[in-house]
Design a protein around this ligand. Structure first.
Ligand SMILES: Cc1ncc(COP(=O)(O)O)c(C=O)c1O
Length: 486
């Protein structure tokens, strides 16, 4: 056996925790996304964090936090035993091919059938739908866009909604109308149009203006997650479905964040009366342990793109891999056996009531709170109260959410930013978080509000050296950054 080259970091080094927190930060800043991680490090949010229980993490000093982050991709928390024990068994017993790209495979076969079965339980018209697997949400959207385009090859326009988020590869980015993410990459995929979210009349006008035959598809999140948990008015999703059906325009329901129980339903779009032609899933399907994305497509649309000799028109290497499929299958089982969508709805109502009470008591801190199921949003007042010009205003909004994130963290709750809503922080706890942990989490949110009764307290309670380092970071050009040593 040859020796590992000098400097090579072995699996043993990592598994036996021989890398200190400072080592990890140094390596990450040196060889990874340095500026992002430096910003997080200044805020004390860079970790590394380790699992204590599926719902609690600790930093290198042993300080614990309840985990409500994970961007909705950890439906059962960190290293959930139900999934990891199954993975052990899978690794011991499985004899199926790991990556059955050019053959059939039992795990993919089972997961496909079960996903279609679950969707068809809600929407019987999907009984013969077909699935295409990939390894991320953005890739599931790319697939969906290609299916729609192949279905209507002459159509030139794709419609998505303001504040929507569908991913950051070029196709999905084209339909994520956020100048911060889009501008430098222009021209993007041509034909992307944006309609106001929740406004059916505006969508109708837009479709009529460009001509229904020119519209390839309408892509919609049933609740906008990264947009800050925006719940559309009742009837909107049903109306989108009816309108598009009238014109023969395929609808893509992006359930990557909302689907599989997060919002209290298996498929939020179906629960709101939208029978979409294509449904995308990702985040929770991987059980917090693997990367699984899925595009579920009505049979005729599937066959148009991947029919006959064109069946190789869309492909990837890793989608449908045995480990990912097996974990996906186990995740579905765990969701069903523990009735987690229903639990998410019930616990979510309790959590939202607590947030609403906090907002009522501290309106100078929280402008609004929103939630459905285990998807919660805290929308902060800007921490600088005076009117500011555009760019500065945006910066203050962003800084408000970042400092709120830091203070919540310090108070023992790990939360998420919202990628398309600058002053909103989201909580996405595990759907199976025990009730006492869930209650403690909201106790901590309440305690955080008590110590920050107005948004300006987010600024005044941040140590001046942190504010100074953040301001210097925001004002400087990218350069070599030095991480903290713990
Ligand atoms: C609704 C929605 N679509 C697509 C994506 C992109 O998924 P991914 O980050 O796995 O590419 C996200 C991610 O947050 C999402 O919330």
């Amino acid at each position: 056996m040859s020796a590992l080259p000098p400097g090579f970091i072995s699996t043993r080094d990592v598994l036996d925790e021989r890398l200190s927190g400072a080592d990890v930060r140094r390596l990450e800043l040196t060889y990874g996304n340095e500026e992002l991680l430096y910003g997080l490090d200044v805020l004390g949010l860079a970790g590394p964090f380790s699992r204590v229980t599926p719902w609690e993490l600790e930093d290198e000093r042993g300080v614990r936090r309840i985990n409500a982050s994970g961007y909705a991709a950890t439906p059962f928390g960190e290293m959930p035993p139900a999934i990891t024990e199954f993975m052990h068994e899978f690794l011991r017993k499985n004899r199926a091919m790991g990556l059955p790209q050019q053959s059939t495979g039992p795990w993919r076969a089972a997961l496909q059938a079960n996903l279609v079965g679950l969707l068809a339980r809600e929407l019987p018209s999907h009984a013969d739908s077909q699935v295409f697997f990939c390894s991320s949400g953005t890739e599931a959207i790319e697939g969906a866009l290609k299916f729609a385009k192949a279905w209507r090859p002459k159509a030139k326009y794709q419609i998505s909604f303001a504040s929507g988020y569908h991913g950051k590869t070029l196709g999905s980015l084209s339909l994520t109308p956020n100048p911060e993410y889009q501008d430098i990459f222009r021209p993007l995929v041509p034909g992307a149009l944006t309609s106001p979210y929740g406004d059916l009349d505006a969508l109708t006008r837009l479709i009529r203006r460009v001509g229904a035959d020119n519209v390839t598809c309408v892509v919609v999140e049933p609740i906008q997650g990264e947009g800050g948990v925006n719940i559309p008015p009742a009837g909107f999703l049903r109306g989108v479905g009816e309108l598009c059906r009238k014109y023969g325009i395929p609808v893509i329901a992006d359930e990557i964040q909302t689907g599989l129980g997060r919002t209290g339903h298996w498929f939020e779009s179906a629960a709101q009366g939208l029978d979409a032609d294509i449904v995308t899933l990702a985040k929770p399907l991987g059980g917090g342990m693997t990367a699984v994305g899925a595009t579920i497509v009505r049979a005729p649309i599937y066959k148009k793109m991947l029919g006959g000799l064109s069946s190789k028109r869309h492909s990837n290497t890793f989608g449908g891999g045995a480990l990912a499929m097996a974990v996906g299958l186990k995740s579905l089982e765990y969701l069903i056996e523990n009735d987690l969508p229903a639990r998410s709805a019930a616990l979510g109502a309790e959590g939202l009531a607590r947030l609403q009470a906090v907002q009522k008591r501290f309106p100078n801190l929280l402008e609004a709170v929103r939630g459905q199921g285990m998807l919660f949003a805290l929308q902060f007042r800007p921490m600088v109260g005076v009117p500011l010009p555009g760019a500065l205003k945006e910066l203050v909004f962003e800084a408000t959410a970042i400092l709120a994130l830091r203070e919540l963290h310090q108070g023992g709750v790990m939360a998420n930013l919202s990628l398309s809503s600058k002053r909103t922080v989201r909580l996405t706890p595990a759907l199976d978080m025990p009730h006492d942990v869930f209650t403690t989490m909201f106790d901590r949110v309440e305690a955080f509000a008590q110590t920050h009764p107005g948004a300006r307290h987010l600024l005044t309670s941040t140590p001046p050296q942190v504010t100074a380092r953040l301001a210097a970071f925001a004002a400087s050009k990218p350069k070599k950054r030095t991480p903290s040593d713990g």
